[in-house]
Design a binder for this molecule. Structure first.
Ligand SMILES: [Zn+2]
Length: 73
C-alpha cells in the first residue's frame, strides 16, 4: 500500500473544534451537540477529541439529567 499515512477518504478528516487539530483515526472521540450549532455549521457540533470534550461534560450533563427526568417520570 502506498497510502499508509492517509487515514481515510477525506485527507482533511475531522477537526476538533476545541484544539483545532485533526482527529486521527482510532483516537477516542466524543460526539458533541450544541443547541447554538444544531447542524454543525459553526463547527461546534460533531466529534471532538474525548479529552477535549471532557470539560464540557459538566455543562451538558445537567441537560441530560433534565431529559432523563422528564422521560423517566
Ligand atoms: Zn481536540
Amino acid at each position: 500500500m502506498a497510502y499508509d499515512d492517509v487515514p481515510g477518504g477525506d485527507p482533511r478528516g475531522r477537526w476538533c473544534p476545541k484544539c483545532q487539530r485533526p482527529i486521527r483515526l482510532g483516537e477516542p472521540t466524543t460526539n458533541m451537540h450544541f443547541h447554538e450549532d444544531p447542524d454543525g455549521s459553526r463547527g461546534l457540533s460533531g466529534p471532538w477529541h474525548g479529552e477535549c470534550a471532557r470539560p464540557y461534560w459538566d455543562t451538558i450533563t445537567p441537560a441530560l439529567d433534565k431529559l432523563r427526568r422528564s422521560f423517566g417520570g
